[in-house]
Ligand binder design. Structure first.
Ligand code: SAM
Length: 443
């Protein structure tokens, strides 16, 4: 494992892009609501790969991604208050810090930001790392980075071999970071008033994330993004019964092996290539049953031989969280209509990893029509259906496609509030309560 943090893989890079993009959406949503944010990283690592200090946030490990995304948010908040272009302050702050790793310190070192104050939520970051070397490196990397940005505003509290608290004292950047040297299993969260929590669980294997523990991080105020080692689970569910049973929170007494494997792969349809995905779906079912969590999404990561390595699973209770994760997965997928990537495609077939919106609005329009042909429904119902039962993000453009074509599939649109206001053709403005009638199917 010694070289893990020196090397990189396409799927490793993409996972960190997913972390960055989702964290950006999440942190903005919560802090803009005047709530506090709690971010937990249960398997934190060193925070950095290699020896360079690079500009792109995704070139860092998850703990520094968390810190940078939060700083970026506070900077954008300052920009809005100062009527500046969004990103100006962040670029100045972050790039100045990166430059300072190369430059000699100058007299100007104290001056990286303006002095506009705002009333905004606090961010608490909890980082858990069991390995002594990684713990020390993580602590050093965070201190170095924050030290370059806030030469006189970073304070260390209760530093010991086992833990440290790093606090940014600058009022525009209210961040407290706690790093603990222990196992995720030993970590117990503290509840912070008026806050929402996102926990990232990114283990190497599957034996250190028993469901009984992970489920404590999923509730109405808290969501989890876990790397679920479905490839391993599928291969080892016959051999490592105890660990797999704990992973799923399954009581195993008196259960035959075949029955156990069936439960782990409870959606398997006889196609072995689908087994890892079935293991993931069954894990999702178990977790949802135990936590009452309303929403989940997963993203498939395949390795160099095109085998499934793991699924990134997101558990949440708010429709906005589900929507933001879908947007993130959608931007990061290599396949239209599915959330997945494969190192094989990149390293063997030579297809570059590109980020972009992979959603095909025509496909979304067809999916909506299949579901509602011959029916009259409220727009809100269509939005819910798309959100919860399809891989798509809802966009009104799909409705426009259905209504605008020469042989329209949406044949009537009325405002259920009976407002006298006229809508513009092929638009569904937020002021109305739109009821749409779809024509019958072609067949
Ligand atoms: C896959 S790496 C995490 C990578 C990190 N998320 C990133 O983006 O750079 C897993 C880390 O968890 C640590 N680890 C292993 N077992 C652990 C446990 N039971 N509890 C906490 N940390 C653990 C390892 O030392 C390693 O640093």
């Amino acid at each position: 494992m010694a070289d893990f943090f020196m090397g990189d893989t396409p799927h490793g890079w993409l996972k960190r892009v997913i972390y960055k993009k989702y964290l950006q959406a999440y942190v903005a949503k919560i802090l803009n609501f005047n709530l506090n944010v709690v971010l937990i990283d249960g398997f934190a690592g060193e925070g950095r790969y290699g020896s360079e200090w690079r500009n792109e946030i995704e070139s860092y490990g998850s703990p520094l991604i968390m810190i940078m995304v939060v700083l970026q948010f506070y900077c954008n908040f300052i920009d809005i208050k100062n009527n500046q272009t969004i990103g100006t302050t962040w670029t100045n702050l972050h790039e100045t810090a990166i430059r300072r790793f190369m430059d000699e310190p100058t007299e100007e070192d104290e001056e990286v930001r303006g002095a506009e104050l705002g009333d905004i939520g606090i961010t608490y970051i909890y980082l858990v790392e069991k390995d002594q070397k990684h713990f020390q490196a993580l602590k050093r990397n965070i201190q170095l980075y924050l030290g370059k940005i806030f030469p006189s505003d970073v304070e260390l509290e209760t530093e010991s071999d086992q833990s440290v608290i790093i606090r940014v004292r600058h009022p525009q950047f209210p961040i407290t970071i706690s790093i603990e040297r222990k196992t995720f299993g030993e970590f117990h969260r503290e509840r912070v008033p008026d806050s929402k929590t996102l926990t990232i669980v990114d283990p190497f294997g599957y034996s250190h994330t028993p469901m009984q523990h992970v489920q404590k991080f999923v509730d109405t105020e808290s969501e989890v993004l876990i790397s679920f080692m479905s490839g391993f689970v599928n291969r080892f569910c016959r051999r490592n019964l105890e660990a797999v049973a704990k992973l799923y929170g399954i009581e195993r007494q008196d259960m035959y092996l075949a029955e156990f494997v069936r439960i782990v792969r409870n959606n398997a349809d006889g196609n072995p290539a689908e087994n890892p995905k079935s293991c993931t779906k069954s894990y999702i079912n178990h977790m949802k049953k135990r936590t009452g969590s309303a929403y989940s999404q997963f993203y498939e990561m395949r390795g160099r031989s095109n085998d499934v390595i793991y699924h990134l699973i997101h558990f949440a209770n708010h429709p906005k969280a589900l929507e933001a994760m879908k947007e993130t997965f959608n931007t990061c997928t290599q396949y239209e209509g599915e959330f997945k990537m494969s190192d094989y495609r990149v390293l063997v077939e030579g297809i570059p990893l590109e980020l972009g919106n992979m959603q095909n609005e025509e496909e979304l329009a067809n999916t909506i029509f299949q579901e509602y042909c011959g029916k009259t429904v409220m727009l809100a119902e269509i939005e819910n259906y798309v959100l919860e039962h399809t891989p798509f993000v809802f966009r009104k453009k799909a409705l426009k496609l259905l209504e605008k074509q020469t042989d329209p599939k949406i044949i009537n649109v009325v405002d259920a509030r009976n407002s006298t206001k006229e809508r513009r053709r092929w638009s569904y403005p937020d002021w109305g309560d739109w009821k749409l009638t779809f024509r019958g199917s072609d067949t």
